[in-house]
Design a protein around this ligand. Structure first.
Ligand code: ZN
Length: 276
């Protein structure tokens, strides 16, 4: 049914969506994001499914956005868009903003607000755009070899499109992660509260599925209400408006870089970070 995502039901009432471009380390191209969105919708709309696991094939969870992708606009035309902005082919800054509103902040917030428990199952590297897949999930289980990286400041942008860093790490560690572009280990992410549990790589799938199955024994409506209540608490703290402000600043950075460097990013800071 999908080219880039596998949809499985590994246990009663549990759906598992698997990113399946391991040859690219699950780089997110337009097709993968739309197919993932369709898979989330399918699990959300299936009354028999109570818990959704997001996993990834291969040694690494995701290398982020597929920067080699060509023809993203044509691929978008194959799918039903989920937002109302349109203008994907417009001149100037609008096309980029419209596309990122749709496939980045649009999708990630959609998945974050999906009214069923979601669990991210993370192994290996999870880079930049990869964070935008796991942060919307309610629970994150990481293998001991997992590590997390946002190198966007090195590219002249102030952070990935979903600026959830302060809510995941606290303000100081969020700044350190962004300023230094250092890797965050699974253990450090657990200490900071971004990750729920760190487990041996060989136990990752079983541990995650066991937790999903335990959660799936609870009444679904109560699970939905618990999720809505916690999300509402975060949003009452200003998360949503802070996210929108950061998204606007992110678009300013793309526009600035386009004017000064002729591309969406500033290439000057990239090399040292990539050599790490
Ligand atoms: Zn962007």
């Amino acid at each position: 049914m999908y080219q880039t995502v596998i949809y499985e039901t590994p246990a009663p009432h549990v759906a598992r969506l698997v990113l399946n471009r391991p040859e690219t380390r699950n780089a997110q191209d337009t097709r993968m994001l739309y197919e993932l969105n369709q898979a989330f919708d399918r699990a959300a709309q299936d009354n028999d499914i109570k818990v959704i696991i997001l996993a990834a094939a291969g040694p690494h969870f995701s290398s982020g956005h597929d920067l080699r992708e060509q023809g993203g606009l044509e691929t978008m035309a194959e799918f039903q868009t989920v937002g109302t902005w349109c203008g994907f082919g417009c001149a100037g800054a609008e096309a980029q903003m419209a596309r990122e509103k749709e496939i980045y902040i649009g999708f990630s917030e959609r998945w974050r607000n999906l009214p069923k428990p979601t669990i991210a199952q993370v192994q290996g590297k999870c880079i930049a755009g990869g964070l935008m897949l796991i942060w919307p999930c309610d629970i994150i289980i990481a293998a001991e070899d997992a590590s997390f990286w946002d190198n966007t400041v090195s590219m002249g942008v102030g952070g990935v499109e979903i600026f959830n860093h302060p809510w995941e790490l606290g303000s100081r560690k969020a700044k350190e992660m962004l300023f230094t572009a250092d890797w965050l280990s699974a253990r450090d992410a657990e200490k900071l509260g971004m990750v729920n549990h760190v487990v041996p790589p060989e136990s990752l799938a079983d541990f995650t599925l066991a937790m999903a199955s335990r959660i799936a024994q609870k009444p679904l409506f109560a699970l939905k209400l618990a999720k809505e209540a916690v999300n509402a608490a975060q949003d009452a703290q200003g998360r949503t408006s802070a996210l929108q402000t950061a998204f606007a600043l992110h678009q300013l950075a793309h526009s600035h870089n386009m004017q000064v460097h002729g591309m969406m990013i500033d290439p000057s800071g990239l090399s040292p970070a990539v050599k790490r």
